[in-house]
Design a protein around this ligand. Structure first.
Ligand code: 3SL
Length: 238
């Protein structure tokens, strides 16, 4: 039997999907999974994702750098925020990061029970797609969205994956077809396409346009963040 691909457009819809036996790709383009990809590409040893802020903070006692945001802003007392550029510094190489975000790490928590969990972003799109090509299990792309609502940027990433796998892996439902159509409309200039999107407007208010442009730039890195024993590591280094 051929593998299929489906897309969960919001973590609030996860009850409709059975992750057991599936390869789940969690995506939060702006900016959680783009940060995770960047961090591992720049030599961070591993990332432990937390849904709860208090638990993330506790990890500091175990030698972790605390990182992440709430409502886009760095959490008070945390070492790092949620801009990919913060993770490019050589001083973080070989370090462990405890990470919590408004939506991205919640989507990871909701994917628990999947056969495999990997992290996707435009930054490692080709690497994700090459990995998925080799899988025989069904695939589910889980879009983190924003506080339960659907967003455009995660849907575009899901659509890119569906489009790039179309000769090999068939859509399971209508969400992958919708995502693919949107991606085909947007792909020539995603930054322009997303100008009206809610999260781009939200982040623009925080004055972080360069994060947006970077997070929408495909194929900057060849890392494949994969969950192993509760930790995100680069598959190629593990
Ligand atoms: O919600 C998340 O996981 C974030 O990435 C949100 S933000 O881009 O930092 O606002």
């Amino acid at each position: 039997m051929k593998a299929t691909i489906d897309v969960c457009l919001s973590p609030e819809l996860m009850h409709l999907y059975d992750v057991q036996g599936k390869v789940v790709v969690v995506v939060d383009i702006l900016r959680a999974t783009s940060c995770m990809t960047t961090a591992l590409a720049h030599g961070i040893e591993h990332i432990q994702p937390f849904a709860k802020l208090e638990e993330c903070l506790q990890a500091k006692h175990n030698g972790y750098f605390t990182a992440g945001e709430r409502d886009g802003k760095k959490v008070e007392g945390f070492d790092l925020g949620n801009s990919p550029f913060e993770y490019m510094v050589p001083a973080l190489q070989g370090k462990k990061i405890a990470f919590t975000t408004t939506n991205g790490t919640q989507a990871i928590a909701k994917s628990k029970g999947a056969d495999t969990i990997i992290i996707g972003s435009f930054l490692n799109l080709e690497t994700v797609v090459n990995y998925l090509r080799q899988q025989t299990k069904n695939i589910l792309v889980v879009c983190a969205g924003w506080k339960g609502k659907v967003n455009l940027e995660d849907t575009l990433f899901a659509g890119a994956v569906v489009e790039l796998l179309k000769d090999q892996i068939k859509p399971d439902c209508d969400a992958p077809l919708m995502a693919q159509r949107l991606y085909l409309d947007a792909k020539e200039d995603m930054v322009a396409y997303l100008q009206q999107s809610s999260h781009v407007k939200r982040l623009a208010r925080l004055n972080i346009h360069k994060d947006i442009v970077f997070c929408l730039t495909p194929n900057q890195y060849q890392v494949l963040p994969i969950m192993q024993k509760g930790l995100l590591v680069d598959l190629h280094r593990s």
